[in-house]
Design a protein around this ligand. Sequence first.
Ligand SMILES: [Zn+2]
Ligand SMILES: [Zn+2]
Length: 132
Amino acid sequence: MGTPQLTKNQSLVMGALAHSEGPMSAYTILDKLRDQGFRAPLQVYRALDKLLEYGLVHRLESLNAFVACTCPHEHEHDRGVTAFTICEGCGQVTEFHDAAIEERLSALVRAQSFKTEKTTIEIRGHCKSCAA
Ligand SMILES: [Zn+2]
Ligand SMILES: [Zn+2]
């Protein structure tokens, strides 16, 4: 999979997320992009749908928010498990991938003949500096 060609709106949404300190809701993204001509949540959602599909952005279900993908190898998403630690103190989100988790989960799921679309693990807690 090469780098997809992004539309103007997709690039703007991607840029907003990539420069953000933490995850952003669709409405926060909309507020940031009003000066760039965004007017309606639908414009943000349409761009996000494509960015999610391309694997450039992840959705954090527990926060109802979005983050730019930070993993260095796009093939990591082919294995299908994306894990995050989410700090409830400062909001820091860290993405990681682990082959052992992936293998164990896919074995469990295969045993049920379940067809997985995607797996997202969200670990809530406190980061090193907030826990200190
Ligand atoms: Zn990622
Ligand atoms: Zn923290």
